[in-house]
Design a protein around this ligand. Structure first.
Ligand SMILES: Cc1cc2nc3c(=O)[nH]c(=O)nc-3n(C[C@H](O)[C@H](O)[C@H](O)COP(=O)(O)O)c2cc1C
Length: 356
């Protein structure tokens, strides 16, 4: 039997197949961070995934980092997400919300009262970001005071509670791609002298405190974490990723999480081999997979489920295509983050029309 199409237990949930839709920012929400009906249609089209992980969702207004991204910080945002989860559930799907606080990967024009973005240390990332008025340089962030950090952690706890209120089946902590949790975790962006900086144990403290807060709301069996060691995206660097990630994953055991999601992009170390035996929940493998690689990883027991990004973006009926060995639509990069239905809900399914 093809291992992709066997059920698997992920925390509290039984997935009917091992194809997980990767979290993907699509920038189709309004300026108030409210996902539209189009967003619901997009996820419903992909409800045949074993599990959908949503695009990154900001837990508080200070966590926003891109135009037209959604939040879970207001009642209106919760109400809009409720429509999404109900629609996905009605189609028989399961959906986790990815919590994404961008930290320094933001811009005052995206934040309340033109606030300076916050980060573990006042270190400006190299690069530029899209704002309402086009590409602009990142700014130097404001270092979070020690007495503010508990408040930021609490924002994740409240976001988790609100996600459950909105009907999500669980939550994933975005600890990759150079956003706030990875800014704490990585030596290049964290030069704090207090208990949140310095050693690997201190740099991992923020991530572990946030996860503990999320677990307190949802239970470990509805919380996952995504990491991408050595991804170096958004100017994130760490002096010793092997040590940092080994430490982090060993500490996760006590939290009894639903899953560890590891997406690799040309890392020099085989983190899948390193980290899977150190973790006690389901292991989700991602980053540049194709069907053959995914099936082999599942057959060999190197992963419990496999995560697809671009392929799910462009193929609403990806599981059916894999089942049939059908050709795949190609993702169109030009419409990844553009507003509207084009390149979003108009990718055809095998039947020739957009699914649903
Ligand atoms: C358009 C786009 C948006 C993405 N946004 C996010 C995001 O919000 N959160 C996240 O963790 N990863 C994000 N990613 C990365 C994916 O989750 C995934 O790790 C990556 O695409 C590798 O998988 P693939 O090779 O199957 O596409 C994004 C990827 C794409 C293509």
């Amino acid at each position: 039997m093809n291992p992709l199409f066997t059920p698997v237990q992920i925390g509290r949930h039984t997935l009917p197949n091992r194809l997980v839709m990767a979290p993907m920012t699509r920038s189709r929400s309004d300026d108030n961070g409210i996902p539209s009906d189009l967003v619901a249609a997009y996820y419903v089209q992909r409800a045949s995934a074993g599990l959908i992980i949503t695009e990154g969702v900001f837990p508080s207004a200070m966590g926003k980092g891109y135009v037209r991204t959604p939040g879970i910080a207001t009642d209106a945002q919760v109400a809009a997400w409720k429509k999404v989860t109900e629609a996905v559930h009605a189609k028989g799907g399961r959906i986790f919300m990815q919590v994404m606080h961008c930290g320094r990967i933001s811009h005052p024009s995206l934040l309340p009262n033109e606030a300076q973005p916050v980060a573990p240390s006042a270190i400006k990332p190299a690069g530029q970001t899209w704002t309402a008025s086009g590409l602009q340089d990142f700014v130097t962030p404001r270092e979070l005071r020690l007495d503010e950090i508990a408040g930021v952690i609490d924002e994740y706890r409240i976001a988790t509670r609100r996600a459950l209120e909105a009907g999500f089946d669980g939550v994933e902590l975005h600890t990759a791609s150079g956003y706030l949790p990875e800014q704490f975790l990585s030596s290049g962006s964290n030069q704090r002298q207090d208990q949140y900086g310095g050693s690997a144990a201190n740099r991992a403290r923020f991530v572990l405190d946030v996860l503990a807060a999320m677990v307190a709301e949802a239970g470990g069996d509805r919380v996952g974490i995504k990491i991408s060691p050595e991804m170096n995206f958004n100017d994130i660097v760490d002096d010793n990723p092997l040590q940092t990630y080994t430490y982090l994953v060993e500490q996760l055991r006590d939290l009894n999480l639903a899953y560890l999601h590891v997406a690799l992009f040309g890392a020099k170390v085989d983190y899948h081999a390193l980290l899977r035996p150190r973790f006690n929940g389901a292991y989700l493998m991602g980053g540049g997979l194709d069907q053959t690689v995914a099936e082999a990883a599942l057959a060999d027991g190197r992963a419990d489920a496999t995560v697809f990004g671009g392929a799910f973006l462009a193929n609403p009926d990806l599981p059916e295509r894999f089942r049939q060995g059908a050709p795949l639509n190609t993702p169109d990069k030009n419409t990844f983050y553009s507003p509207g239905a084009q390149g979003y809900t108009d990718y055809p399914s095998l039947s020739g029309t957009s699914a649903n």
